[in-house]
Design a protein around this ligand. Sequence first.
Ligand SMILES: [Zn+2]
Length: 324
Amino acid sequence: MPIKPILQRILHNGGGLRLIRWQNGSRNRILTYHNFHSVGTEDFEKQCEHFRHDYNPVSLDEVAAFVRHGKALPRNSVAVTVDDGYRDFYLYAYPVLKRYSIPATVFLMTDFLDCRAWPWWDQLRYAFFHTPLNSVSLRIAEGRQMPHRLLDPASREMAFEETVEALKSVPNSDRLAFIADLPEAFQVNMPADPPPGLEPMTWDEVREMALNGISFGPHTKSHPILASLESEEQLREEIEGSKLRVQEELGRAPAHFCYPNGRRVDIDERVRSAVERAGFLTALSTESGWNEAGSDPYLLKRLSMKPSLSTFFFRQQLAGFRVK
Ligand SMILES: [Zn+2]
């Protein structure tokens, strides 16, 4: 028998994970989810069972009081968050969370819910998978020409991933120009609405969930990398404009903000202070790690999760094994 499964079994069954969880018990974990699928509902249910059984689910308001004022959290606290606002959350995850009485916060890209735009990475993926071309040569911003052969789904996926990463490091106007040029560059008709399975939740669904344990916060209007925005006005529009949309639809000001993409390089001092000025209690990044009393409330860390993670990996991550 290979060594890895043996070690995993010792870790999981021999009390090793319990020990790691105990050592990290006074820290807070915030989890990030994005998408849910009907086939993964059972997996997500098992994860929720684990939160209920071995952890203490808490809301972001409680996390805010802990990091800002040192107000104690229950040991092994875990807060669930979900980014972007896809409708699959409403269909597949919300009923499970409700059944287990687990609070969660969903961060909404408000232009997506307002049906003004679908996420730019989904548009890009659509172009790579629907183009009749067998190859494309793309130039991003001032960069060099990047040739991609699109022979099969695997090569299209790889080309998509390379391009989406490259687009995260250019000025916002260059990214917008690139996305606007997709029909021309890929010879593809881009539908006005997102394809099936990638739709946003509706504001009525948001209001229904808000009455049943789910909180909502803004995740900007159009999901730009905030540090790549050229003007203060754009920055304010994305942060305060999305806050206002959530407030208009729910009747109260949201307390928590979530940075798009959320790596440390995507959040410069200008961005961080604009979020603080907008009056939020906390703002969440995608930097991996835990939060403690006294952590910067505008740079909260999270752990990335998916319903499809293996039980071993999911439980290890959550307990704190291998987390920075
Ligand atoms: Zn996002």
